[in-house]
Design a protein around this ligand. Structure first.
Ligand code: HEM
Ligand code: FES
Length: 779
């Protein structure tokens, strides 16, 4: 490939610097990921790029480096423009000496799944994916637990162990062998050597001498893989995914070729094993570095699945992944020539603030953590992600139950320098064996832990918060100030977000918009109206919420999002307690210097919360409409003088919202200008007699699935390994939202507004369906 010219540096242009002196260019010129700093924290290593130069050319690597979330996701989404053919390609100059050595062993590593182009890849993936579905994976759970338990039994009384040596290397290796169907009679030392050599060969940059050694080991690994494959071919009806592939070869000889089987045998042992070993080590290290999160999962094992996901986001085992451009293309405005190699720094994408609020904050209850790219995305997304998740959950579950008191020992971490797989070679922890819970309570050994094969369930992502104060701020309105019981910071949230508060053991939970100061990271505030028409939630809170008490909450979650770059004016309309989300939105609009007005209606002054504070902050931008004082909000009058580019955000009683919708229609404003927050409860029960089956085409995954009349779309997606979060599963919370690209949606939820429904661009998968025969989804 000819070396392309570096893209023009925007800093040189704008700051008027002479060419060659731009500090950003210098960082691009010096970029070299084969060092500890990259392995320890790749996202920090490229922070400068993510912030200032998201796509840059690295002359040392001869790769274009991409660092932001959306660009990387879009690249994964398009395997035709961005071919995966270079995923396992050695980095740097080819070495004739190494090539000669490999030839001696008959080495002919070719396409597997991960580096195969379309259309061959998708045909192969479809033929081979069944053993990866949750239904088939469940049967491996007892083996994983037995392996983990036996390993922990071996060191539980020692007080100190290198977890990598005694648990995290071996267990994923044995699980990989079982899944693949390989008899576990291998010499672990040799396999460890094979594994490291393959990683260095495909993703590292060895010196010429190392390259020769690595070539010998890789050659031996290739031969070993061939022998295992030949043995399996003699017993094709036996267990495991590789034998399943051998059987599928009979039906699809063009799709599942011999070259594929041999190459896959070698690549998958490493892919299934190193990725999970390192992911588990990184996760345990991160959790022990955050003792409050570790304590939380020790106390509540339902948090383990969400914690695993946040660990994969924050400190995953994949630093970067690769693609090659198949045509001239632009990424984030930078021209990339056809044939260019791309390094996608997925760990940087996972820390992109445009995607993950407060991205460096480690929050095991993060709302959208499952959107991380550690498993890739789209057609090639990791097929084994639910095996990896299962192993990590069981490893962390057993450790947190049996060794909740373990801590990281003082140590220096060492890494195998390479572009892709990242994690420490050793992880030493220590504890006082006298404190082992099982010495005092035998039940610890028998406790069960739920393993989640798929995206975490939002309903398990609970947070215990302390009520710092409960203060009456107007008639029947209680303002609750919630803090972490240990005094730690709370995650940032965005205006319009709400919390779900559980009402003790009543089984009720209610949604309340956050209304605190956006800059206060120590507390969240919600205001609760004791509504006489409520079904018991708000009155429970009024009776039980006292300063010092604890509440269980979920969220924050936001489906009433503020457009921070509006074309025109923002009009905030609130009725009564509906002022709560509007307060945060107005605070943000003021901070961004946007043009806005607040229209706040209430029955009487004594039912009017927060009026004084709002007046002080927003002055003449605040308009009060108090019915008792003869000042009702006349929506026709209000909208009459507005320009068509005004955006209206409204929250309040249904009657008020309906009146506003009607006034918007009369005024002839586009209904997309109206954003409404309403917390309506409705029940969505699936009645198979009234439903019809429909197809869903998943644009990025390359699959078409059928949703039968007695299934929800969410059920079908999950059964096919597609990650979608869920919480209420009744169309109330917005957790299961996905984007739709085509087809008429039959909306059944209470989350989307009328105008959002008409846009036909998103739907709640737990309840909504197709009006016709087919939907196309952005999944
Ligand atoms: C592909 C990560 C565990 C099997 C991938 C890819 C990544 C990845 C980044 C490429 C995705 C893309 O190009 O979009 C991980 C991580 C794991 C893990 C972080 C553990 C935490 C496993 C396990 C197995 C497995 C346990 C098998 C038992 C595969 C396969 C592919 C793949 C077969 C190729 C899929 C395709 O190209 O169609 N994995 N992996 N992985 N992974 Fe994993
Ligand atoms: Fe709550 Fe679907 S899971 S709306």
């Amino acid at each position: 490939m000819t070396t392309p010219q570096p893209a023009t540096c925007p800093a040189t242009q704008h700051a008027g610097r002479p060419a060659g002196t731009c500090p950003i260019h210098q960082q691009a010129a010096q970029f070299d990921p084969f060092q500890d700093a990259y392995m320890e924290n790749p996202s920090e290593f490229v922070r400068w790029a993510r912030e200032q130069k998201p796509v840059f050319y690295s002359p040392k690597l001869d790769y274009w480096v991409v660092t932001r979330y959306q660009a990387i996701k879009d690249i994964f989404r398009d395997p035709i423009t961005f071919s995966p053919s270079n995923v396992l390609e050695p980095v740097g100059e080819p070495s004739p000496e190494a090539a000669a050595i490999l030839k001696e062993y008959g080495y002919a590593m070719n396409r597997t799944l991960v580096n195969e182009d379309e259309p061959a890849h998708m045909a192969r993936r479809r033929a081979l994916m069944e053993p990866f579905t949750p239904e088939h994976l469940r049967k491996h759970e007892p083996t994983v637990r037995r392996l983990v338990t036996t390993a922990i039994d071996g060191f539980i009384d020692d007080g100190r162990v290198d977890l990598m040596q005694k648990l995290l290397w071996d267990v994923p290796f044995s699980v990989a062998l079982e899944f693949l169907g390989i008899e576990d009679d291998s010499d672990r030392e040799t396999m460890h050597r094979f594994s490291i050599a393959h990683t260095i060969n495909a993703f590292g940059r060895p010196t010429p001498e190392e390259r020769a050694n690595v070539a010998h080991t890789v050659g031996q690994f290739w031969q070993f893989s061939g022998e295992v494959l030949e043995k399996m071919k003699r017993t094709p009806d036996g267990p495991g995914w590789m034998r399943y592939s051998i059987r599928q070869q009979k039906d699809f000889p063009e799709v599942v070729t011999d070259s594929y089987l041999h190459s896959m045998m070698m690549a998958i042992i490493v892919a299934a094993h190193e990725s999970t070993s390192f992911a588990s080590a990184n996760a345990i290290k991160l959790l022990l570095e955050h003792p409050e999160s570790w304590a939380d999962i020790c106390k509540n094992p339902l948090l383990i699945s969400p914690a695993v996901e946040e660990c994969l986001r924050h400190n995953g085992s994949i630093g970067s992944w690769r693609r090659r451009a198949t045509r001239d293309v632009e990424i984030e405005g930078v021209a990339i020539p056809s044939g260019a190699r791309l390094l996608l720094v997925v760990s940087s994408a996972n820390h992109d603030p445009r995607q993950f609020g407060d991205p460096d904050f480690f929050d095991i209850r993060r709302d959208n953590t499952v959107e991380h790219l550690t498993f890739g995305f789209g057609a090639h997304q990791c097929l084994g992600k639910n095996i990896g998740r299962m192993e990590m959950q069981i490893i962390i579950g057993e450790l947190s139950r049996r060794l909740p008191h373990m801590r990281l020992a003082d140590q220096t971490y060492q890494y195998v320098h390479n572009l892709a797989f990242r994690g420490p070679r050793g992880l030493v922890v220590e504890w006082d064996p006298a404190q082992n819970p099982e010495r005092h309570d035998a039940d610890v050994l028998h406790a069960t832990q739920e393993v989640r094969l798929g995206a975490p369930l939002a309903k398990h992502v609970v947070r215990d918060l302390k009520i710092a104060s409960a203060q009456q701020v107007a008639d029947n309105i209680l303002l609750l100030r919630l803090v972490s019981p240990t005094g730690t910071s709370l995650p940032q949230w965005t205006p319009g977000a709400h919390l779900d508060i559980e009402c003790g053991n009543t089984g009720l939970s209610r949604q309340y918009s956050l209304c605190s100061d956006l800059n206060d990271h120590k507390a969240w505030e919600v205001a609760v109206l004791n509504d006489p028409e409520s079904r018991g939630g708000s009155s429970w809170i009024h009776q039980h919420a006292r300063s010092g008490a604890e509440l269980r909450v979920r969220g924050p979650r936001n489906h009433f999002r503020l457009n921070e770059t509006p074309a025109g004016r923002l009009l905030f309309v609130a009725g009564g307690i509906g002022i709560t989300p509007i307060m945060a939105m107005a605070q943000r609009a003021r901070a961004l210097n946007l043009d806005y007005e607040i229209h706040f209606s209430c029955r009487s002054r004594c039912t009017l919360p927060f009026a004084h504070a709002l007046q002080q902050t927003h002055g003449a931008r605040l308009h009060l409409h108090i019915s008792d004082e003869g000042k009702r909000n006349d929506f026709d009058h209000l909208l009459a003088g507005l320009k068509d580019d005004t955006e209206v955000y409204a929250c309040g009683p249904n009657r008020m919202l309906e009146a506003l919708e009607a006034a918007v229609a009369r005024r002839g404003l586009p209904d997309t200008c109206l954003h409404i927050e309403h917390f309506v409860n409705s029940v969505t029960i699936l009645d198979p007699d009234k439903e019809h089956a429909f197809d869903v085409e998943l644009k990025n995954s390359g699959l078409t699935l059928t949703v039968a009349n007695d299934q929800t779309l969410l059920d079908v997606l999950r059964a096919n390994n597609i990650d979608v979060q869920s919480d209420c599963e009744e169309g109330l919370c917005g957790a299961c939202e996905v984007a739709a690209l085509d087809g008429d949606i039959d909306h059944r939820d209470s989350v989307l507004t009328t105008s959002e429904r008409r846009e036909n661009t998103r739907l709640m998968t737990c309840c909504s369906r197709a009006k016709g025969q087919k939907l196309v989804l952005d999944l």
